[in-house]
Design a binder for this molecule. Structure first.
Ligand code: ZN
Length: 346
């Protein structure tokens, strides 16, 4: 376990083919009932094993027990009707069929806490756990009750805080909120998005992170990226407010993106998870390519605050590609670690 430049993933890892259709986002389960419950746990153990084999320092559940990074959490809440679906434009980018908020939202039981406890029993490494962020949850629903994105986000933040506190009690070391919507709705992010995130992470005794990316490598995202021009400056609109928040870490998309690396200076003081693995490409990075991205980031962030990571989740990738990318991340981080410490054995 490296305490210097510790590696981690931004989120999901591919699921085994006996659990869900391979290379497919949000694929349906191939098991049911008790078989599904056991199958998900087995997949979680396998995912930990893969991370260990690749030398990943801060491990996760690989999101093996969830179908979707937002809706699986929402499915467990009261006030949302999954039968009443509406087609809405999400992330201001593509239309999706989403469930409706029909009543006050609340959480009557923990969602991921048993899974976190199960993972904790199997490893002594630090665990990072991803939850959807309040704004991204709001942006993945049709709201027929609060009729205010801000009000609904505030309610979700309270619910997320309850879940996060129980995850910490179960042994989670870092809670990461996924907020891809932060790259789209800048005014709302500054008005209430970051405030809602601070409510979701209030009083947590673990480290807190926010993951802000340009999405999985699906067509709608790839097309959107093509429209963003030669420099992606979205982070610039939200980093100043984020810098003043109490969040400890920020997880960013860097490798193969057109984000100018110097924008990291706007979150001075924060720990930065630098995405050094491109999840929209099936070609496996070389250690040197990973190292180059990390060295580039080191021009703007102190080495003790740099966390090599992936750009986003790897759920839709073939398993051997994901495995290769995890190893490349470790190898690239090891190169830079050795350069910084002068210890070739690192
Ligand atoms: Zn992401």
């Amino acid at each position: 376990m490296n305490k210097f430049l510790p590696t981690s993933t931004a989120g999901s890892l591919p699921k085994p083919s006996w659990l869900a259709q391979p290379e497919t986002l949000w694929s349906a389960w191939r098991l049911a009932d008790q078989d599904l419950a056991e199958g998900r746990q087995d997949a979680l153990s396998l995912s930990l094993h893969e991370q260990d084999l690749a030398g990943i320092d801060i491990v996760s559940d690989g999101e093996q027990t969830r179908q979707h990074f937002v809706t699986t959490f929402i499915e467990h809440l009261n006030g949302v009707d999954f039968e009443k679906r509406e087609t809405v434009r999400i992330r201001d980018r593509y239309d999706a069929s989403v469930p409706s908020v029909v009543d006050a939202v609340s959480r009557s039981r923990p969602v991921f806490v048993d899974d976190a406890r199960f993972l904790r029993q199997q490893t002594r490494k630090p665990i990072k756990w991803a939850l959807p962020g309040p704004m991204t949850m709001v942006d993945t629903l049709y709201d027929n009750h609060y009729k205010s994105r801000e009000k609904l986000a505030w309610e979700f933040a309270g619910i997320l805080n309850e879940e996060a506190r129980e995850l910490v009690a179960a042994g989670v070391d870092i809670i990461q909120f996924d907020e891809p919507a932060f790259n789209v709705f800048f005014d709302e992010v500054n008005d209430w998005g970051i405030a809602a995130l601070e409510r979701a992470s209030a009083g947590l005794t673990c480290e807190t992170a926010v993951h802000i990316c340009y999405g999985y490598g699906i067509e709608a995202n790839t097309d959107w990226k093509e429209s963003l021009g030669s420099e992606w400056r979205q982070y610039e609109a939200i980093f100043p407010r984020l810098q003043r928040s109490h969040l400890d870490m920020v997880s960013l998309e860097c490798h193969n993106s057109r984000v100018p690396m110097d924008l990291i200076e706007l979150i001075r003081g924060k720990k930065v998870m630098v995405g050094a693995i491109d999840v929209a490409s099936r070609s496996v990075e070389t250690a040197e390519e990973v190292a180059r991205t990390l060295r580039n980031a080191l021009r703007f962030v102190d080495a003790d605050k740099l966390y090599p990571s992936t750009n986003c989740g790897m759920a839709p990738l073939p398993r051997d590609v994901a495995r290769g990318k995890l190893k490349a991340l470790s190898a690239g981080a090891a190169l830079v670690r050795a350069e910084l410490t002068g210890n070739q054995a690192a």
